[in-house]
Design a protein around this ligand. Structure first.
Ligand code: IPD
Length: 270
C-alpha cells in the first residue's frame, strides 16, 4: 500500500524516462516496417504490433518503478494493483493512422493522475523527438521553454484543430458540424493525433482544439499541457472534458466557442 502522495515532479521524471524509451521503440519498429496490422472498432480503426509492444513496454517500465500504481492503456485497458492513488494513462501510439502511413505526427502520450486528477504529463512525438511536458500548477514546457498558448479574443480569428472518430455515422455528423463551424472561425486543421493537437494548441500553433469521442488516453496528458499553457480545457455546458467533448481554447474564446459548438450539436449525433 502506498500511503504518501507522490510529488508531481517525481512522477514527471518517471513519465519522461518511460515515454522516451517507448518513443524509441515506436520509431525503430516503424523503421523496420509496420507489422501486425489489425482493426478494432471499425475497418479504419487500426492497431499495429508496435501499438501493442510499446504499451507492454510502458506497463512493464512503470511496474518496475512503481509496482502499486494502476495503468490505463489504449490497447490493454486497465492493469496493476489498486492500492496506490496514482493511475497512469497511456496512449502508446497516438496517431496510429499517421504511423501506418509514415506521416511524422504520432506520439507516446503518458499522464500520471493522483486521485483522479492529472498532475504530470508528457507527450513525445516519436517521429521527430519533440517533447512537451507539464506538472499541475508548474507550467507547460517544450525543450526547456515555458509555453504560452494563444490569447486570441475574437472567435472569427481563431484557427481550430479537430479530429474525427472512426465510425462512419459519427464522422458524417462531425463533418456536418464542421461545414457550419468553418464559416465562423479563421480556419480548421486536422493533423491526426489528439495529444499532439493539444500540445500544438499549448504552444500557440493553433488557437483552439475540439473533438467529440476521445478516450482518456487521447487527452489526459495533452489536456494538462494545454491547461498549464493557459488554455481552458473542458466540455460543453459546464461539463468536464470527456467522451462527449473536449475543448481547449483561450479564456476569452472558451465561452463563445463552446456555445457555438452546443448550438451546432457538436456533442450530439452517434
Ligand atoms: C486517434 C487520434 C485522432 C483522433 C481520434 C483518436 P489513435 O487516436 O488521436 O487524431 O481524431 O479520435 O482516436 O487511434 O491514433 O490512438
Amino acid at each position: 500500500m502506498t500511503d504518501t502522495t507522490p510529488d508531481a515532479a517525481d512522477l514527471l521524471a518517471i513519465a519522461v524516462t518511460v515515454a522516451r524509451e517507448a518513443a524509441d521503440t515506436a520509431r525503430s519498429m516503424r523503421a523496420e516496417g509496420v507489422s501486425g496490422v489489425t482493426t478494432k472498432s471499425t475497418d479504419t480503426d487500426v492497431v499495429t504490433a508496435a501499438d501493442r509492444a510499446v504499451e507492454r513496454q510502458v506497463v512493464a517500465a512503470l511496474a518496475a518503478r512503481r509496482p502499486d500504481d494502476t495503468v490505463l492503456g489504449e490497447e490493454y485497458g486497465g492493469s496493476g494493483g489498486a492500492d496506490s492513488p496514482v493511475r497512469w494513462v497511456v496512449d502508446p501510439i497516438d496517431g496510429t493512422v499517421n504511423y501506418l502511413y509514415g506521416l511524422p505526427q504520432y506520439a507516446v502520450s503518458l499522464a500520471a493522475e493522483v486521485n483522479g486528477v492529472a498532475v504530470a504529463a508528457v507527450v513525445r512525438n516519436a517521429a521527430t523527438g519533440e517533447e512537451w511536458t507539464a506538472t499541475r500548477g508548474g507550467g507547460a514546457y517544450r525543450g526547456g521553454r515555458r509555453l504560452s498558448a494563444s490569447v486570441q479574443t475574437d472567435l472569427a480569428q481563431v484557427l481550430v484543430a479537430t479530429g474525427f472518430g472512426y465510425d462512419a455515422k459519427r464522422r458524417a455528423h462531425q463533418a456536418e458540424v464542421l461545414t457550419r463551424l468553418i464559416t465562423r472561425v479563421r480556419d480548421i486543421r486536422r493533423f491526426g493525433a489528439a495529444s499532439l493537437d493539444l500540445c500544438l494548441a499549448a504552444e500557440g500553433g493553433v488557437d483552439a482544439y475540439f473533438e467529440k469521442g476521445l478516450n482518456p488516453w487521447d487527452h489526459a496528458a495533452g489536456g494538462l499541457i494545454a491547461t498549464e499553457a493557459g488554455l481552458v480545457v473542458g466540455g460543453l455546458d459546464g461539463r468536464p472534458a470527456g467522451p462527449d467533448m473536449v475543448v481547449a481554447a483561450p479564456p476569452a474564446i472558451f465561452g463563445p466557442l463552446t456555445e457555438l459548438l452546443a448550438e451546432l450539436d457538436a456533442a450530439g449525433g452517434p
